[in-house]
Ligand binder design. Structure first.
Ligand SMILES: [Zn+2]
Length: 404
């Protein structure tokens, strides 16, 4: 049986290089997994991701906290059991995790102290971390807790690690009652937060740098907050700075005026669209008159069949409807583009089922569509426009009923 791995990071979270002996080496799911007698590699647990680095010169790509108390190191190249190896931790990644994790302790304590809001979830992601609260707070309350957390950071309070027996732990006041039995690893942000935690933390609160809430939303009866600390806060600031600066160049306003400027631009855009639509309708009515003049009589109706350049579905519909607003008119219009759009409209006094005309046309030229007896539209028709217009005239002629 393998004995538990000695975890160097428990007592020395800044240890970046260590020597160890490989106690077992195995292959699981095609991955080489190595267990050491001691390790400074942090395995994924408690919401904090694993460390990366090298072991005996080969890359460590995952670190697993195993049920038996050992730590499994997934390595790129297998290492034999019994070998002595030197481990090296990727400090940039680890320090980032330490900043986010310690920031979370301080932020959670600030929410607890100011608003009696308990932390019920934490996840340290690759770009963002989330913290779940058990109650809903307003923007001012969130800002107050954010400020309080940063005050603790800037006071640079010591962050200590100690181990407590169950008896000692019973006399301590934790932010959250520990659920584990046996001795506890206790992380204290001096005079502010006491938590039982197995993660890695900075040694002084000042190393967190800054804590910033990025966004929030209601979540499971409480809230889910996204937050960034330290280097991530700086990176996030730069992303926002560039996005805001880029937007300001287009709008010529101060940063705080950006939301109202965008709202104004959207309103203006909506008004312009309405104006364009109105003008389009007026143009359609105007053009429709010219088309109706060229209509040819079929039975008692005047029928316009045409293929037109430069009209979209809305335009064709407006044009056909405008033409068919005159008594006795049927307008069947195709777009010149490929595949073709089609709109068939008829005046209320004409006895013709526009949907039936469309159906017959689609049977011959493909595409799809539908509508009502007075107006039908479709698209996706393929073939020569001359053939389509000839077919349309023919179909209309065959389906039109004389006025009784
Ligand atoms: Zn922790």
């Amino acid at each position: 049986m393998t004995s538990v791995t000695e975890r160097i990071y428990y007592t020395d979270p800044t240890c970046l290089e260590f020597d160890a002996t490989v106690v077992s080496s195995a292959t699981a799911d095609g991955r080489s997994v190595v267990v050491l007698d001691r390790t400074a590699f942090y395995p994924t647990s408690g919401g904090q991701p694993y460390d990366t680095g090298t072991l005996g010169g080969t890359a460590v790509t995952d670190v697993i906290d195993r049920e038996d108390g050992t730590v499994g190191h997934v390595v790129e190249a297998p290492i034999e059991a019994g070998a002595r190896v030197r481990g090296r931790i990727d400090w940039a990644r680890r320090f980032d995790h330490m900043q986010q994790h310690t920031g979370q302790h301080i932020l959670s304590a600030a929410f607890d102290r100011l608003h009696h809001a308990r932390t019920v979830g934490f996840h340290l992601g690759a770009a963002l971390s989330t913290l779940d609260l058990d109650k809903v707070l307003g923007a001012d309350a969130l800002s107050a807790a954010e400020s309080e957390a940063n005050r603790i950071v800037w006071e640079d309070r010591p962050v200590s690690i100690r181990f407590a027996t169950p008896d000692e732990a019973a006399a301590m006041t934790f932010r959250k009652e520990p659920t584990r039995s046996g001795p506890l690893r206790v992380i204290e942000v001096e005079g502010f937060d006491m938590s039982a935690c197995g993660g890695t933390h900075v040694e002084r609160a000042g190393q967190v740098g800054a804590i910033a809430l990025r966004s929030w939303e209601k979540f499971r009866g409480g809230m889910r907050l996204e937050f960034v600390c330290g280097t991530r806060a700086l990176r996030e600031f730069r992303v926002l700075r560039d996005a805001v600066a880029g937007s300001l160049r287009y709008l010529s306003v101060a940063p705080q005026e950006l939301p109202s400027a965008i709202e104004g631009a959207q309103t203006e855009n909506k008004d312009l669209r309405r104006t364009i639509r109105d003008l389009g309708e007026r143009l359609a009515i105007h053009e429709a008159a010219a088309h109706v003049q060229r209509a040819r009589p079929i039975g008692s109706a005047r029928v316009v069949v045409d293929a037109l350049e430069g009209w979209d579905q809305q335009g064709l519909k407006a044009l056909a409807s405008a033409a068919a607003s005159q008594p006795g008119v049927v307008a069947a219009l195709l777009s010149a583009g490929d595949p073709a759009l089609v709109v068939i409209a008829r005046a209320s006094d004409v006895h013709l089922d526009a949907a039936a005309v469309l159906k017959a046309l689609v049977q011959r030229f493909g595409g799809k569509g539908g509508g009502k007896p007075e107006l039908a539209q479709g698209g996706g028709l393929t073939g020569a426009r001359g053939d389509m217009t000839a077919a349309l005239a023919q179909i209309i002629e065959s389906l039109i009923q004389p006025v009784l």
